[in-house]
Design a protein around this ligand. Sequence first.
Ligand code: G3P
Length: 217
Amino acid sequence: MKFFADTSDLNDIKDLASTGLLDGVTTNPTLIAKSGREFLPLIAEICKIVEGPVSAEVAATDFETMMKEGEKLAEIAPNIAVKVPLTEAGLKVCKELSDNDVMVNVTLCFSAGQAILAAKAGATFISPFVGRLDDIGQDGMQLIEDIVTIYDNYSFGTEVLVASIRHPMHIIDSARIGADVVTCPPDVIRKLYKHPLTDKGLAAFVEDWKKTGQSIL
Ligand code: G3P
């Protein structure tokens, strides 16, 4: 399972990259607005820190402008994945860009039917939003299960990138289902390290080691 960071915060990206566990980054217009930074130079910086795919989203909604934006974003670095919305125009852009060997992340997916269309349009990644479905009383993880099954049935090459992740159980459930990628807010990744019994056990080991009076180095 690949771990992407769903953030445009450079400090978080550098910190997670230093663990060796970070496989990519996803951004969206909301995260860019939050950063207060210029979009294109910020994405270029992220692409230098992270070797894996870095998703950068188009801003327009019409085919022609999305195409131009997508081509411009793709020029930033070879590891750019152009992010397009799951609309008819967005999927046309997806088809054109993927035919030209540009990675495409199709975002704002909320149904299995939409995911089928994205795979047929040659998407590199499909981004179903589990948290936003949970928010309206629907079962986000059920959608992941459905998409993974459907993609397996037809051997679609599109990777299932679970987005809108809110807590560690979303990551664990995604892994149980066999989703390819999770994109997570940095703090949710950090929560995976934590367990109270680990903290308690370590404190006891440290105390007991002191009693031995020894040193390894
Ligand atoms: O980047 C897309 C997605 O991960 C957004 O998550 O928390 O705004 O629903 P959220």
